[in-house]
Design a protein around this ligand. Sequence first.
Ligand code: SAH
Length: 348
Amino acid sequence: MKATLAPSSLISLPRHKVSSLRSPSLLIQSQRPSSALMTTMKTASRGSVAVTAAATSSVEALREGIAEFYNETSGLWEEIWGDHMHHGFYDPDSSVQLSDSGHREAQIRMIEESLRFAGVTEEEKKIKRVVDVGCGIGGSSRYIASKFGAECVGITLSPVQAKRANDLAAAQSLSHKVSFQVADALEQPFEDGMFDLVWSMESGEHMPDKAKFVKELVRVAAPGGRIIIVTWCHRNLSQGEEALQPWEQNLLDRICKTFYLPAWCSTSDYVNLLQSLSLQDIKCADWSENVAPFWPAVIRTALTWKGLVSLLRSGMKSIKGALTMPLMIEGYKKGIIKFGIITCQKPL
Ligand code: SAH
């Protein structure tokens, strides 16, 4: 099956959404924060300085939460699912019960389909330097570095992930090409215009400030470089709709708490951000149907004997994560959660 490449999949939102996303402080307030963030902000409602301080400290807390979450859960994930910590890409309506290797292939296919959607093909020898923003244990980096013979640097908030990613690179004799470090995607330790490919596979959903996130991706991209964002989104709002329905928001809030996610946005919000920065060849697609078999498969593996033992050994964060997986399935089924890809090119 082919990825959703049809022009009809290119989505754009009314312009009024752009302004609310431009300012970092507005962003946190204009999007409905998850309940934890909301509580912090309520307690700080006495003055704007207090609100800013609270927002800063809740961003800090979020960063620490993400680091701890991945420090604690990455080993379990790798043991059961391997080094790609993202959805697989499947033919829609495929009812085949795949073996473990079938799911791994689907994860590799996700990388390939994303590159193809963005117009980055094997012939594209221009890809010399790549940044993997939110790299997990480096599955994408090692794959892309090997595919293009490119140099790749990955950043993550989790020291455990960075170490494991470097160890795996060494084990695969890739240390001369690939390296990993702890760094924040919102303040990347790179000079402007360094990378021919800026890759963010399922990390955008963790970013508390989508405008700053996108700006950083654009800043580090080389002129003519490609940016690929594959991320969890909420559905696009209809014309005149100001926010999700309370029951929809409630479901997302429950997912946010476990997976350390701030407020969600839609694929159209990303498109508008990229448009506001004058990026070229902006495309997006909804791949929700293509990832539908993923969470049921993860749950099936969690319910095996090996899965259950590993889960219990891994600790509370993993157990809570496992218990939240059915909410992801519900979110997709009800059309609230969308699996989005957004790509563009930085002008020369
Ligand atoms: N892209 C990887 C991992 C996805 S899991 C893969 O597909 O295998 C999400 C990743 O985003 C984790 O590595 C987490 O540390 C990272 N992340 C979340 N917020 C981040 C931030 N602000 N800065 C850098 N990395 C971040």
